[in-house]
Design a protein around this ligand. Structure first.
Ligand code: LMR
Length: 328
């Protein structure tokens, strides 16, 4: 009997040890709402590959694109519940957690993506990554998509052309005010619903970047795209404090470096991708691109700019000043 006990103990110990030695890598889920052939899609895949290369025995990153796992209305909640470990929502989608990031939605704030980049690298820009800190989230870095364009069923040349038209927007009060300023009707809807809303003509238009308009085929159901460059669509790569802080320090460091490299990769290809997808849309012949004259553009600026005043207290006037300064 004693002998049998010893054998059983040895077997149990061996099973335990081999389970330890061959412990399956921990799964890290990265969920996002866009296609894989976008800056965000490519960044997430790069992160997956770098993690596999550097620390694949301990972690495996699973990427879920196209709102497959969670749509944009649910991904932050899912992050806080631990159902997903990384997300990269557009900066426009954080207003439930912080009002400061609304800065990025102010129309005609940045003159180009270089200015956006300068601001994000500045002290004020970096401090904004901390704005969700008390909410159980860690902002790990900014990722570019690009400047937004206006697409519609009818040509939009001057603000009066948008009068009474329904536009899908992200869940942002600033974006709602921007469309209300031109007497249009803004509707907050998840990204995954936009194509169908446009196709069925339940809405008249939307605003988005070249890569999203191309990869989600909005151009196939929107005969006109006004090259307005009126706002920015960028992301904050985000994890949860709970997940991030329970990681062993050395693993967190490896993951953080891999993520920084993946983000740098995404940022490097963002502009190129925007220009390529713009050209793809032109080549398709499905959508006409409208170039605004200086005077027409100025009309949009004048009508939309009062939105800044409406939100300056919530955002902080000094932050707006810092962002404006990055245009020089
Ligand atoms: C949108 O909802 O239009 C965008 O935020 C989608 C994205 O993540 O680029």
């Amino acid at each position: 009997m004693k002998m049998l006990n010893r054998v059983l103990c040895a077997l149990a110990l061996f099973a335990g040890l081999s389970a330890f030695v061959h412990a399956a890598p921990e799964t890290i889920k990265f969920s996002h709402v866009v296609a894989e052939n976008t800056p965000k899609g490519q960044m997430a895949l790069k992160f997956r590959d770098l993690v596999a290369e550097r620390i694949g025995d301990k972690y495996v990153v699973e990427v879920y694109p196209n709102s497959q796992l969670f749509g944009d209305g649910k991904e932050m909640e899912a992050l806080l519940l631990g159902d997903v470990q990384f997300i990269a929502p557009s900066l426009s989608k954080f207003s439930k957690y912080t009002k400061q990031l609304q800065l990025y939605d102010l129309p005609f704030l940045f003159k180009d993506m270089e200015a956006v980049d300068r601001f994000q690298r500045s002290e004020a820009g970096q401090a904004l990554l901390e704005s969700v800190k008390g909410k159980g989230m860690v902002g790990l870095g900014y990722l570019h998509n690009g400047l937004k364009q206006l697409s519609a069923n009818d040509p939009l040349r001057v603000p009066a052309d948008a009068d009474g038209k329904k536009f899908r927007i992200m869940s942002s009060d600033v974006l709602a005010a921007q469309f209300e300023a031109v007497e249009a009707v803004p509707l907050k809807k998840p990204f995954s619903e936009v194509f169908t809303l446009l196709q069925t003509r339940a809405i008249d238009g939307q605003e988005n970047t070249w890569s999203n308009i191309y990869s989600k085929k909005f151009f196939e159901v929107q005969p006109y795209i006004t090259e307005s460059n009126h706002g920015v669509l960028d992301y904050m790569v985000t994890t949860s404090t709970e997940f991030w802080m329970q990681l062993p320090d050395e693993d967190r460091e490896v993951l953080q470096t891999a993520l920084a490299e993946a983000v740098a990769h995404g940022n490097k290809i963002a502009n190129e991708k925007a220009m390529k997808d713009r050209q793809n849309i032109i080549d398709s012949g499905r959508s006409q691109i409208i170039t605004l004259t200086d005077d027409q553009r100025q009309q949009w600026v004048e009508v939309m700019k009062p939105v800044w005043t409406e939100f300056q207290e919530q955002i902080g006037p000094e932050l707006i000043e810092a962002a404006v300064a990055s245009n020089q």
